[in-house]
Every structure is written in structure tokens, then in C-alpha cells.
Design a protein around this ligand. Structure first.
Ligand SMILES: [Zn+2]
Length: 270
């Protein structure tokens, strides 16, 4: 028999090991935890709506991509390979999903299995690698552009942005990609307003959605965002659903090497 002391040590070691696994994301442990938490949240919400006698909320997966490249740009784990992206878009087509943009989100129930495909930062490979694949399917998608990086090395330039305009909705990822939580109210407002104005002037189309740099937001940012935007997305894991706060939208990060089966599962969890 183990003594109480030994049991406590084993328990502490197990907690420590789980913490390390979660922290490093080893063996997709973090994704498993998030997926399980997500499934519980979806079920809880369905029950809550049912108990309140309300119609079931509509769940919309919001996919989060960054670079699509054989050679990763930015955070390597967030950069998917072109062949992975192609297989994922094929899965969206085969699954009967309809990719929509933020200006269609308010009417999401009018689309068959709506999904949002989003890219953060505005890497140039979104045009050279991702756009031809999206074009093949006629899929609409959203690029959250850092307006100050338009035309910088490895980022989309004005011509790329206009060339993608038939399918891609360009929205804001601020001017300089600073954490909004670390700025004064005036500076945060400037980041929100100026990026919106720059992108609108370039595309001639409304910019209504913001992606918080690094997903960071706080109560001050949440108060400010509605002055300029109708929606704002985070890097929290989950789905958009009708009836949820429009300024802290969760997304589903698609990482390098994600198994296609797992991709299909997160799409279908709704
Ligand atoms: Zn970013």
C-alpha cells in the first residue's frame, strides 16, 4: 500500500506533467484539451438555449490561418503547407460548407453550413499560394491585414490586394501589430481607426472586422472596438455562435501538420 505522502507526491507529479504537456503543446495535448473543452461548451450552450425555450444558436466555425508556405513565415507552427491547405479546402467543399465573410455573418443562417476562413497578418503567400486554391473552389475568405506592412517584404502589396478582391475581404489587424492592451486609449483608437481608413481607401470596401494583435484584448479594448468595427476576433479556441458577444469571437487555429481527420472533426463539431 502506498502511504498518503507517496500518493500526494504521485498526484503532484501527474499534475506537473499535465501542466508541462499543456504548456508545450506536446503530442497535440493542448489541442485535445481545447477540443474537449470546446465540445463541452457547445453542448452546454445547446442545453442552456433549450432550457430557456429559445431556438438553438447557429454555430459557425471560424478558421484561423497565417502563412501558407512550404517554408514557414512568422510563427512556424501557424504556417501551413500549401498541400495541407489544398486538402483542407477540398474537405470544406466535400463537406458541403459555404465559406462566408464578415459582411455575411449577420445572415449566416441563410447559408448552408457557413464557415469563415481567415488569415492573420497578410503574408504575400496568401496571394501566391492560398488564393489560387481558394479561386479553384470559388471560396470567399478574409485577410486581416496589418495596414503598416502593406508592400513590406513577404507581405501583400496594393496590387496583390486589388487582384484578390473578387474573393477576399480585407479587414484590419491594426497598423503596427502592437498589443492593444499595452497602448493608451488614444493610441489604441488610432491603430483601429487608421488601419480601417487605409484599407478602405485601398479596396473601396467597408472594413467592419478587427483581429486583435496576438489575440490580446481587455475591457478597455472591448469598449473601444465597437466605435470602429462590427466584429472583432481573438485567438481563443471555439466557434462563433449567434447570440454571442461580437467583439471576442473565438477561432479554430489550423496548425502545420494538422491531420486532415482532425481538421474535419473540428469543422463538424458544430
Ligand atoms: Zn498577427
Amino acid at each position: 500500500m502506498l502511504t498518503i505522502k507517496k500518493k500526494i507526491w504521485i498526484l503532484l507529479a501527474a499534475v506537473l506533467l499535465l501542466g508541462v504537456l499543456y504548456g508545450t503543446g506536446a503530442f497535440h495535448f493542448r489541442h485535445c484539451v481545447r477540443r474537449a473543452a470546446n465540445a463541452v461548451a457547445v453542448t452546454a450552450l445547446r442545453i442552456e438555449y433549450r432550457l430557456a425555450g429559445k431556438d438553438e444558436p447557429l454555430f459557425v466555425p471560424v478558421l484561423m490561418y497565417h502563412s501558407v508556405n512550404e517554408t514557414p513565415l512568422g510563427e512556424p507552427v501557424l504556417s501551413v503547407r500549401p498541400r495541407e491547405f489544398a486538402a483542407q479546402m477540398q474537405a470544406i467543399a466535400d463537406g458541403g460548407f459555404t465559406p462566408i465573410t464578415f459582411d455575411e455573418l449577420a445572415d449566416a443562417e441563410n447559408f448552408k453550413k457557413p464557415v469563415l476562413i481567415t488569415f492573420d497578418d497578410g503574408y504575400r503567400d496568401n496571394f501566391t499560394e492560398a488564393y489560387p486554391i481558394l479561386k479553384k473552389h470559388g471560396f470567399r475568405a478574409t485577410v486581416f491585414m496589418i495596414s503598416g506592412d502593406i508592400g513590406a517584404p513577404n507581405f501583400l502589396d496594393g496590387d496583390d490586394i486589388l487582384a484578390m478582391g473578387d474573393l477576399i475581404s480585407f479587414q484590419s489587424h491594426t497598423v503596427r501589430h502592437c498589443r492593444l492592451t499595452g497602448l493608451s486609449r488614444d493610441d489604441a483608437a488610432l491603430e483601429m481607426r487608421q488601419s480601417k481608413e487605409t484599407i478602405e481607401a485601398l479596396t473601396g470596401k467597408p472594413v467592419i472586422a478587427l483581429s486583435y494583435p496576438e489575440g490580446r484584448f481587455n475591457s478597455a479594448v472591448l469598449r473601444l472596438a465597437p466605435k470602429y468595427y462590427d466584429y472583432a476576433v481573438t485567438t481563443k479556441c471555439g466557434y462563433w455562435h449567434s447570440g454571442k458577444d461580437r467583439y471576442s469571437i473565438s477561432r479554430l487555429a489550423v496548425g502545420r501538420g494538422m491531420k486532415l481527420e482532425r481538421f474535419k472533426k473540428i469543422l463538424d463539431q458544430t
